[in-house]
Design a protein around this ligand. Structure first.
Ligand code: PBG
Length: 337
């Protein structure tokens, strides 16, 4: 192919953006967003027992572990410089109320005490919800018509938060999407001298298709129906901002947006609008999707995890909850990168 001779391309000298993309040294020099391991949070699923580890089939690399093993995992995460962990519990038994969530010797409380005793250098976050503890899998006790009783749920969620704070949680993270849960938790914490325990409100949490693998891991799939009566409609961005507004007014110290990639617009909008720390949760289905494609050789898993995590931070998140926290922390501190 020959070029048509009388066409000359003139690139405006100030439009030559490739100058700063020429070498990795230059690219790194102008890079706007970096992943720091301290801004990563690793989920840990804890179950009763001793020296117990079970893989979660839909999430390669993720396991359900007993409290002693959770301490081992937490130490490894701290060594890699990861910022924190968020605990989810699989109780010894379930009932209609979710009692396992708030009892003093509940599985999350036991693990929190062990992590405190081990003095691991991590922020300890407890997910505050009832769906892993109810036999019907919904996020609160049910009314006769099968819907979740909001105010009864809020009371138990507040009690759960106080138990988690008492066991050593730095942050409680209510994820049930019950109205008024943040105010009730703040009041319960303050009434029990836990005024230093922070609240990370899962404010913009939509009824997402991407929680499937989590429900396998936490054994928390609803026995009937779905969560659309309490979690948000993914179509509603303005309503998500109202949720965040209300949670801040009720006393939330930080906000969480989830799932992450389907909600990057909400992360950016929240960052522009509020001055509290904002995190995003790259949820189980997002992780499983990437890992499945990577295992098939269809994408480069490492690059995809680094790219999506960077994008979540670029959108405005200050921290990211991710199942790949341990790997990402190792990759970003690897000096060959
Ligand atoms: C508890 C809770 C869920 C997740 C976080 N907290 C499950 C749900 O709402 O069904 C999902 C996290 C993930 O998918 O990784 N309500």
């Amino acid at each position: 192919m020959t070029l048509v001779p009388n066409i000359t391309t003139t690139v405006d000298p100030t439009h030559r953006l490739r100058r700063t993309r020429r070498t990795e040294a230059l690219r790194s020099f102008v890079r706007e967003t970096r992943i720091h391991p301290r801004n990563l949070v690793a989920p840990i699923f804890v179950q009763p027992g001793h020296e117990r580890r079970e893989p979660v089939s839909s999430m390669p690399g993720v396991e359900r572990v007993s409290p002693d093993e959770a301490v081992i995992d937490a130490r490894r995460l701290a060594q890699r410089g990861v910022g924190g962990v968020i605990l989810f519990g699989l109780p010894a038994s379930k009932d209609g109320q979710g009692t396992g969530a708030w009892i003093a010797d509940g599985i999350v409380q036991e693990t929190l005490r062990r992590l405190r005793d081990a003095d691991v250098d991590l922020v300890l976050i407890a997910d505050t919800c009832l769906c892993e503890y109810t036999d019907h899998g919904h996020c609160g006790p049910l009314r006769a018509d099968g819907t979740v009783d909001n105010d009864a749920a809020v009371e138990r969620i507040a009690q759960t938060a106080a138990a988690q704070a008492s066991a050593g949680a730095d942050i409680v993270a209510p994820s049930a999407m019950m109205d008024g849960q943040v105010a009730a938790i703040r009041a319960a914490l303050d009434a029990n001298a836990f005024e230093q325990t922070a609240i990370l409100a899962y404010s913009a949490k939509s009824a997402s298709a991407f929680y499937g693998p989590f429900r396998e891991a936490a054994d928390s799939a609803p026995a009937f129906g779905d969560r659309r009566g309490y979690q948000m409609d993914p179509a509603n961005g303005r309503e998500a901002l109202r949720e965040m507004d209300i949670d801040i007014a009720e006393g939330a110290d930080m906000l969480l947006v989830k799932p992450a990639l389907p909600s990057l617009d909400l992360v950016a909008a929240a960052r522009a609008r509020f001055d509290v720390p904002i995190g995003a949760y790259q949820v189980s289905g997002e992780y499983a999707t990437l890992m499945a494609a990577a295992q098939n050789g269809w994408i480069d898993g490492r690059r995809a995890l680094l790219e999506t995590t960077t994008s979540i931070l670029r959108a405005g998140a200050g921290f990211v909850i991710t199942y790949a926290a341990a790997d990402i922390a190792a990759w970003v501190t690897d000096t060959t990168r």
